[in-house]
Design a protein around this ligand. Structure first.
Ligand code: NAD
Length: 312
């Protein structure tokens, strides 16, 4: 019997790629319910799904910020039975915090954090009753390590990390697994939406020095990081499939091995100074130091931190 996989935010990026990859599984092991807030944007997904559409893939409406929309979607599923939930819908927000509106800040938490919490609440009773299930939450390396000018986005992913880590303990008793997938930069619409937001904003209430750091130091570095370290959404989707297929799903899975050294710093120094100072130097002491540090850290940490995912 195919596993029912419900995914949020499938009109673009990682969600779209994952939905298609699972629906086109040669062994037809999944029935994908690919949800999106605006069904007007379903064409790209439907085209990519090809013959899987209507067979192993169903498109449905779901706005993760609306309780009515979440429950209407779940009520349309027989027995509200979801075997695998992938909470993927998310929003970014960059800029000096003093310039951001509380409305925009709350919207990030409403989508990234409360949206996921609402979904988890909705699928848990049936998963618990059936004593099986897998909840995957698309977090980010920014859920493990704070990043300059991404204070709010990073905080929303940290919130998810705390939520999932706590929940995982209770749910083991019910044979339900929780996995946080933590990609580094991924080349999707995500970054272009952010750059669009940045080009339109005038960042009121921000002093000249901060704006200068943001525009002339952070933005070019961020662009460079996306270009040199960015993964494709297909690669991230493939990594997520491995986590879904695993017999012992890990609590955390980082999709980009090149980011592990930075994360390792955090665990190497519990005071936090090492990661704060290294991030500072990476950004403010130029590209040469950036590359050198990355090489050293990669050498030091190797790949030993990579979680092992055992295939089924
Ligand atoms: P994306 O912008 O292509 O996808 C995000 C999707 O979420 C979009 O389709 C958007 O319409 C949807 N969405 C937003 N608000 C919603 C709502 N209220 N209800 C339903 N859907 C909603 O970008 P992506 O890179 O594919 O992002 C997917 C996930 O990956 C996000 O959670 C993001 O935080 C995470 N992530 C992205 C990157 C990156 O660099 N792109 C890195 C790490 C983690």
């Amino acid at each position: 019997h195919p596993r029912t996989v419900l995914i949020t935010g499938c009109s673009s990026g990682i969600g779209l790629q994952l939905a298609v990859k699972l629906a086109q599984d040669p062994q037809q092991r999944y029935h994908v319910i690919a949800t999106m807030r605006d069904l007007g944007k379903k064409e790209k997904l439907e085209t990519a799904a090809g013959e899987a559409l209507g067979r192993t893939l169903t498109v449905a409406q779901m706005d993760v910020c609306s309780e009515d929309s979440v429950s209407a979607c779940l009520n349309s599923i027989e027995g509200r039975n979801v075997d695998v939930l992938v909470s993927n819908a998310g929003l970014g927000l960059v800029g000096p915090v003093e310039s951001l509106s509380m409305a925009d800040i709350r919207k990030v938490f409403d989508t990234n954090f409360f949206g996921a919490v609402q979904l988890v609440k909705a699928v848990l009773p049936s998963m618990k009753q059936r004593r099986r299930g897998h909840i995957l939450v698309i977090s980010s390396v920014m859920g493990l390590q704070g990043v300059i000018f991404n204070d709010i986005y990073s905080a929303s992913k940290f919130a998810l990390e705390g939520f999932c880590e706590s929940l995982a303990v209770q749910l083991l008793q019910f044979n339900i697994f929780v996995s946080l997938v933590e990609p580094g930069p991924v080349n999707t619409d995500f970054e272009s939406k952010l750059m669009d937001q940045v080009s339109k904003a005038d960042f009121p209430g921000t002093d000249h020095d901060t704006l200068n750091y943001f525009r002339n130091v952070y933005l070019p570095a961020s662009k460079e990081i996306f270009q040199t370290l960015g993964q494709s959404p297909e690669d991230v989707a493939q990594a997520i499939v491995r986590v879904i297929d695993s017999t012992q799903p890990p609590l955390r899975y980082q999709t980009n091995a090149r980011y592990m050294p930075l994360i390792a710093l955090k665990y190497a120094d519990p005071s936090g100074d090492l990661s704060v100072r290294t991030s500072y130097r990476l950004l403010f002491r130029g590209q040469h130091f950036f590359r050198l540090s990355l090489c050293c850290l990669r050498f030091l940490s190797g790949n030993c931190l990579r979680p092992k995912v055992s295939p089924m």
